[in-house]
Design a protein around this ligand. Sequence first.
Ligand SMILES: Nc1ncnc2c1ncn2[C@@H]1O[C@H](COP(=O)(O)OP(=O)(O)OP(=O)(O)O)[C@@H](O)[C@H]1O
Ligand SMILES: [Mg+2]
Length: 319
Amino acid sequence: MKTLVELNDLSVVFKQPNNVSIHALNGIDLKIFQNETLGLIGESGSGKSTLGKTMLGLNPYGGNINIFNETLNIEDKNLVNNIRKEIGVVFQEPFQSLNPRMKIKNILSEPLIIHNKSITKDEIEIKTQKAMESVLLEKDQLEKYPSQLSGGQQQRIGIARAIINNPKLVILDEPTSSLDLSVRNDVLRLLKNIQSEFGLTYLFISHDIHTIKNISDKTAVMYLGSIMEYGDTNKVISEPKHPYTRALLSSVLSANPDEKREQIKLVGEIPKITSLPKGCLFKTRCPNPSEDCSKGTVERKLKEINDGHFVDQCCANCG
Ligand SMILES: Nc1ncnc2c1ncn2[C@@H]1O[C@H](COP(=O)(O)OP(=O)(O)OP(=O)(O)O)[C@@H](O)[C@H]1O
Ligand SMILES: [Mg+2]
């Protein structure tokens, strides 16, 4: 399978004016393969959106980002523009991400014009109409303003805008979180259909395990800006190896009311993102830390414990 994105030892630190440093991403190694959906799950503040934004060249970073066979260098504006052209982005709040003063047709033609100054009016019309067809909306909606559409229709426009330039990768940052359950399932189905129609690759960010289970081929679990577990979604969800993943899963209601699931409560303090511990980031909450874990001598790194199933190497050795 072709690797589309490879992150090596990726870190992002936001320096605050008061000299405080926010360690938003900490030593991330991750690959996104072509035509696949990688689900990124984790609590609020774990760094999910920062990961997406950093791949768009929006944050200074340490480590390495290889994307579409190029090494991202945020100083190289041409390179960043070329990479961004190949990435579509869909945000959580459809209404806030659509300019209320623009008609839908202008919202959709904007990315076409930004990335191709010489595009003709006819080409714009054909592409906007095709994008509307792909997201199952009628062409007469092109003359409307975002406020004249429902939340589900607005998110379909967000998706149409993200795919209109035939991107290689689409970053979906909580795209269904603000939608009603019935609309949410429609949008997820639509995303899957569009993915197979256009051969797209998705980075799907969510804090909802049901959604991740529904859409993702692979799943990465984030905690304090680090990946704790990664692998095939089925494996990660049915045989979680990391105590944090187990706790996340146990806090979710099962679709089967007869299924008794043990609630796992993690005790211990969550370290401050402004002063992270040495070594394992999970050691303050680990149910059974090894001696090396407590000392903080284990390097943060993923270890492959089964075919394609990775767990933080320190946590893999703890109970
Ligand atoms: N531009 C920024 N400047 C300073 N701190 C930032 C910036 N962007 C993000 N952060 C901080 O980085 C950490 C990770 O934020 P991020 O938005 O990536 O989390 P998230 O996992 O997407 O959370 P949520 O589920 O709430 O969207 C948080 O502590 C956040 O406050
Ligand atoms: Mg976020």
